[in-house]
Design a protein around this ligand. Structure first.
Ligand code: ZN
Length: 145
């Protein structure tokens, strides 16, 4: 019999001396060890996923949600809807935003992994909003004449 010390918790315990490496579990902390005679080493644990790569994954997902690269129609709709604020151009832009928004929404529904649903909805919302605004303005201009 020999005595080895757990490298993790320093707990000393008895082992049967053997000429080859044998797996043991530390009786105190449960650490998986390899023991040969009175030598002891840790069983190499599988490397845990590093916090860095996890952060990268999260960031990538965040970017994908922010910019639906796989759904250009949704992106077009979003920006056309935003730029529909420009007078005169606004009517054409809001119509385009509605058109692209519908395409983007259909695409997002068929390919849920491509995202872009929110951008399409925002684009359609702005498209409807600005179109209604310009129609009201045109009607008021006609009426006031
Ligand atoms: Zn231990």
């Amino acid at each position: 019999m020999g005595e080895v010390q757990c490298p993790t918790c320093d707990w000393a315990f008895e082992v049967a001396e053997a000429p080859e490496w044998r797996p043991r579990k530390c009786p105190s902390c449960g650490e998986r060890l390899l023991v040969r005679g009175t030598e002891v080493q840790l069983v190499p644990a599988p490397a845990p996923p590093s916090p860095l790569s996890q952060a990268d994954d999260r960031e990538l997902t965040f970017v994908e949600h922010t910019i639906p690269a796989g759904n250009p129609a949704a992106l077009w709709s979003y920006y056309l809807g935003l730029f529909a604020v420009i007078p005169c151009l606004g009517i054409a832009l809001s119509l385009l935003a509605l058109d692209q928004g519908k395409k983007g929404l259909d695409f997002a529904n068929q390919h849920p992994e491509k995202l872009g649903k929110m951008h399409s909805i925002v684009g359609i919302f702005f498209g409807v909003f600005w179109l209604a605004t310009y129609v009201v303005i045109l009607v008021l201009m006609c009426v006031s004449r």
